[in-house]
Design a protein around this ligand. Structure first.
Ligand SMILES: *Cc1c(COP(=O)(O)O)cnc(C)c1O
Length: 226
């Protein structure tokens, strides 16, 4: 099975990168980004032991979650979320990596069912000229954190970034280093965050070197998207 082999290969590779970077391999989670990939491919990855999957689109994500309800999958929402679609994420996902405004945060909190654990949230931060026009400025983080501390149905886990594409390893490290510094500063100030969602297929080695705890890989695992 092509994808099963890939998953094993990537896990090994991530482990060796972690060791090279003087980090513990178990601190870094592989998030398989399955947007625009078939259910069969997700099941193949699942059979290889993969449990965390990321989706970018509300409707596509929802239909996959429903179809694979029997499987023990942790679902992450990693796309831009419009305010009128927060309910699906609040009711069906375990994580969202891309919160960048207070209104979305409030709605996710209010719509999170009591029967579920609090929704895990990462704040999407603009570090440089990002691929995405979404994300907040670093200067807004304190306001978000104090707002979050009042929300019972949200568990603030950390920060996420989506930097512009770079090919050079040393260049790739720069935005990740910046995000890591922001997270360290928050921890010094007593905020209990444990997640840095950073690194994609083209730059995850640099991200792991700079402290990533979740790498989000799509094409490396599944091939080109449909
Ligand atoms: C699509 C996407 C990924 C995966 O990208 P690849 O280059 O295929 O690994 C990761 N993060 C986000 C936010 C994405 O939208």
């Amino acid at each position: 099975m092509e994808i099963q082999k890939k998953i094993k290969e990537i896990n090994k590779l991530m482990e060796s990168i972690a060791l090279e970077a003087n980090r513990k391999p178990e601190e870094i989670k592989l998030l398989a980004v399955s947007k625009k990939q078939s259910i069969q491919k997700i099941i193949d990855a699942y059979d290889a032991g993969q449990r965390d999957f990321g989706e970018n689109f509300v409707q596509e994500g929802l239909s996959k979650i429903k179809e694979m309800r029997e499987l023990n999958i942790t679902w992450h929402f990693i796309g831009h979320l419009q305010n009128n679609k927060t309910k699906v994420v609040a009711e069906h996902f375990d994580w969202i990596h891309t919160v960048d405004n207070l209104k979305t945060m409030q709605r996710l909190n209010d719509q999170r069912p009591k029967s579920l654990r609090p929704l895990n949230v990462c704040l999407q931060i603009k570090i440089d000229n990002e691929i995405s026009k979404f994300g907040m400025d670093a200067s807004e983080i304190p306001e978000f954190i104090s707002f979050c501390s009042k929300l019972k149905r949200i568990s603030l886990r950390g920060l996420m970034c989506l930097p512009a594409f770079r090919t050079e390893f040393e260049e790739q490290r720069k935005p990740f280093k910046t995000l890591k510094k922001l997270a360290d500063k928050l921890r010094e100030n007593g905020f209990n965050i444990d997640t840095l969602s950073m690194g994609m297929s083209g730059d995850y080695r640099a991200a792991i070197f700079e402290g990533s705890t979740i790498v989000r890989l799509g094409t490396t695992i599944f091939g080109e998207r449909q």
